[in-house]
Write a protein that binds this ligand. Structure first.
Ligand SMILES: Cc1cc2nc3c(=O)[nH]c(=O)nc-3n(C[C@H](O)[C@H](O)[C@H](O)COP(=O)(O)OP(=O)(O)OC[C@H]3O[C@@H](n4cnc5c(N)ncnc54)[C@H](O)[C@@H]3O)c2cc1C
Length: 240
């Protein structure tokens, strides 16, 4: 993966997260902030599937020459986003190997536990790893508050609640989770399409997106309806 931030004309309304491509070639683009000149500072992540010649997995955030990947995106010119032009405009581009680790069996050891990336490093699918670290913190705080005199038990309870869903998410991320929609479109219409409804029904997209939201705990209705107090026993996070 190669990442950069570039000032560009706002695309698709200025607040749109965009994913283009499929498993082996992808661009993820989202606006970071509006700029005074009317443009936006966009975050751009380019991905190419490679075999064997990626950087070592502990090597990340290295500045690289854009020539390493720019050629693959040379014809990605859309009327709403000119990808070769934005690569050309990028000052600095950083390289990230796309790696994860097998889920572990245990997070809590006595009065010590794991949280966030230390507990569940995952493939970056769904832009969610940071959010999941926040949820870990919330659930951990809840169990510590529920069992102030039994911290070791609280850490076991936290692990019992969070480890199984995070194990499932890490494993399903390896198969792209909801981003599999992009692979399906590529498979069904390798030469392109003019109407997405001809390729994949809107109901199938909605169903896959909803399954992801439910699995990841991002269902908007549930989140908005939830009590925020960490000790509220009925909260969906606690029930998840
Ligand atoms: C390029 C990139 C883009 C991302 N985009 C998104 C996104 O869009 N949405 C999303 O939800 N997530 C995203 N993530 C994932 C998200 O950033 C991580 O999941 C999140 O930061 C994990 O939080 P953490 O607290 O577990 O670990 P970290 O944020 O890694 O924090 C660990 C901290 O511990 C410190 N540390 C390490 N060793 C020691 C030591 N021995 N002593 C003291 N301190 C130490 C480190 O310096 C670091 O500050 C992205 C990650 C990357 C790399």
């Amino acid at each position: 993966m190669w990442r950069t931030a570039v000032a560009v004309e706002a695309w698709l309304g200025g607040n749109t997260m965009t994913m283009i491509g499929h498993r082996n070639q992808k661009l993820v683009a989202y606006p970071i902030r509006a700029l005074p000149d009317g443009r936006v500072l966009g975050n751009f992540i380019f991905e190419l599937g490679q075999s064997g010649d990626g950087p070592p997995r502990e090597e990340w955030n290295r500045r690289i020459d854009k020539a390493k990947f720019a050629h693959a995106f040379a014809d990605w010119k859309f009327d709403w986003l000119d990808v070769p032009a934005l690569i050309e405009a990028a000052d600095s581009i950083f390289e990230f190997p796309k790696v994860d680790r097998d889920p572990v069996e245990r997070w809590s050891f006595g009065r010590v536990t794991l949280l966030g990336d230390a507990a569940h490093p995952m493939h970056p699918v769904g832009s969610q790893a940071g959010s999941q670290a926040v949820v870990d913190g919330r659930v951990l705080a809840k169990h510590l508050a529920d069992h102030p005199d039994r911290p070791e038990f609280a850490l076991q309870e936290y692990e019992a609640e969070r480890l199984p869903p995070m194990r499932d998410i890490c494993l399903s991320n390896r198969n792209l989770s909801h981003e599999i929609i992009m692979d399906l479109v590529q498979e069904r219409a390798p030469n392109g399409f003019s109407d997405i409804d001809d390729v994949i029904p809107a109901a199938e997209i909605a169903q896959r997106a909803e399954a992801f939201r439910t699995r990841a705990g991002f269902d908007v209705t549930s989140l908005n309806a939830r009590e925020s107090h960490s000790r509220h026993r009925g909260c969906p996070v606690h029930r998840a």
